[in-house]
Design a protein around this ligand. Sequence first.
Ligand SMILES: Cc1cc2nc3c(=O)[nH]c(=O)nc-3n(C[C@H](O)[C@H](O)[C@H](O)COP(=O)(O)OP(=O)(O)OC[C@H]3O[C@@H](n4cnc5c(N)ncnc54)[C@H](O)[C@@H]3O)c2cc1C
Ligand SMILES: NC(=O)c1ccc[n+]([C@@H]2O[C@H](COP(=O)([O-])OP(=O)(O)OC[C@H]3O[C@@H](n4cnc5c(N)ncnc54)[C@H](O)[C@@H]3O)[C@@H](O)[C@H]2O)c1
Length: 477
Amino acid sequence: MSDTYNLVVIGAGSGGLISSLIGAAVKAKVALIEKNKMGGDCLNYGCVPSKAIIKSARFVQEIKRHKDYGIKEASFELDFSEVMERVQDKIKRIEPHDSVERYTSLGVECFQGEAEIIDAHTVKVGDKVLKTKNIVLAMGASPFVPPIKNIDSVEYLTSENLWDIRELPKRLVILGGGPIGCEMAQAFNRLGSEVTQVEMADRILPREDDDIAKFVIDRMREEGVQILHKTAAKEVTQENGENLLLCDAPGGQKKIPFDKILIAVGRKANTQGVDWQRLGIDLNPNGTIKVDEYLRSTKKNIYACGDIAGPYQFTHVASHQAWYCSVNALFSPFKKFKVDYRVISWVTFTDPEIAQVGMNEKAAKEAGVPYEVYTYDMTELDRAITESEDYGMIKVLTKPGTDKIIGATIVSHLAGELIGEFVTAMKYNIGLNKILGTIHAYPTFIEANKGVAGVWKRATAPQWALSILEKFHKMRR
Ligand SMILES: Cc1cc2nc3c(=O)[nH]c(=O)nc-3n(C[C@H](O)[C@H](O)[C@H](O)COP(=O)(O)OP(=O)(O)OC[C@H]3O[C@@H](n4cnc5c(N)ncnc54)[C@H](O)[C@@H]3O)c2cc1C
Ligand SMILES: NC(=O)c1ccc[n+]([C@@H]2O[C@H](COP(=O)([O-])OP(=O)(O)OC[C@H]3O[C@@H](n4cnc5c(N)ncnc54)[C@H](O)[C@@H]3O)[C@@H](O)[C@H]2O)c1
């Protein structure tokens, strides 16, 4: 038997794990190389720790809202280091899913160490040289640190070292109003930090529609997060033993005192330090690996998935792409599949959550796609009222004159769960009429999806038919 691998996968995050798993499942000889922690960003620094801290913060918030639930007195004493230990505990609970032991048992040969690509068919890890037919690049992305003067004078936080702190920052500045910035601004504020969020663009959550983002912005401000829009961080200085962030703001220069600063202004692909040109691999202007619709790089036996490839930076997209990388690498030229981004969903885990599938209004306008829009107000939903969670909306974009869904956005409690029905509907071409005709249990949050379908039905009911019906019933009286 040849020692040559069918697939060498570099990086054991969401993309690399799934890519190697698929290879092993179809009996290919697969090596998986990881230089740091199995599970990559999602498990160790991303989705898992962030969702764990968000839960503690939400629990605190519910205690603060005791009067909304008819409870006169409720108090709590926060032990921040325990909150952070709980975060680590959740990582440890999930770790076995992504472990060397599990992947080895599934038939993947795991190597610990930094991979070095020698040529298109050779990868080195430590003193081992692996020969391979194909390579999958799944090396992820890292926090981008913008060029702010004197930033190195403070021990700034990013999503990588945030999880090491055990003392709650009293005054926390968060740079960036994307998902990381917003999720962490709300969570730390709820846990007791005084949070100032600094966003360069016109507003935080710049990718969302205005009416959707407003629900989150209003809620965050109500809870006490100070949100500064159109504000660009320029310099860090120290005055009287205090750290200050100097920003260009609409009213002039602003000085923001802080104890800790979290940088969350985007993540850049881990493509530094490799001579890609020598390997015949082109990069995109933003530093990601240039791939075609089969996820092949410009070197045809080298594929890429996840954050290193883009265009999305989500765990589920990395694993979706991973399938195409492995299958296309292992079965080309007999069979190959074009990656399908038609139905991609994502959730921002603020409270309320924002969940999206397909296009929102902003994206449809930018792409010049014609649409009709139907909205449902969550204050009308019985279950939301009984839960004191009657806040938010569902917004569905349809192809004009039809019930075909081209996008859905939900901003509400449990939006991330509710979006699932629209994901399935879009994937299998189920329109709003069929959602309306489906029995949803009462009283549940998911009934809201039927609610928006009802709004569509009433708005599009043929007026001529209704007027004939009116006459018909009149005649029968
Ligand atoms: C705070 C935060 C919260 C997030 N929350 C969510 C969320 O709720 N939902 C969601 O879908 N996404 C979320 N994301 C995004 C998600 O974590 C990423 O999109 C996902 O982890 C990307 O997976 P990947 O496999 O491309 O890369 P990674 O998970 O980064 O894995 C890449 C791996 O490659 C290894 N590596 C790099 N170079 C080499 C080398 N030369 N040799 C060997 N190994 C190497 C790295 O050590 C790393 O382990 C979040 C991200 C952050 C930072
Ligand atoms: N719930 C989720 O699915 C989830 C959660 C967290 C992260 N992620 C993924 O990780 C990616 C990275 O997240 P992110 O929030 O770091 O980045 P992002 O690119 O999504 O948002 C960064 C924000 O920072 C702003 N910004 C850029 N430079 C700035 C500066 N110098 N000063 C102030 N503001 C500045 C941008 O205008 C933007 O609003 C996301 O795009 C997402 O794909 C997903």
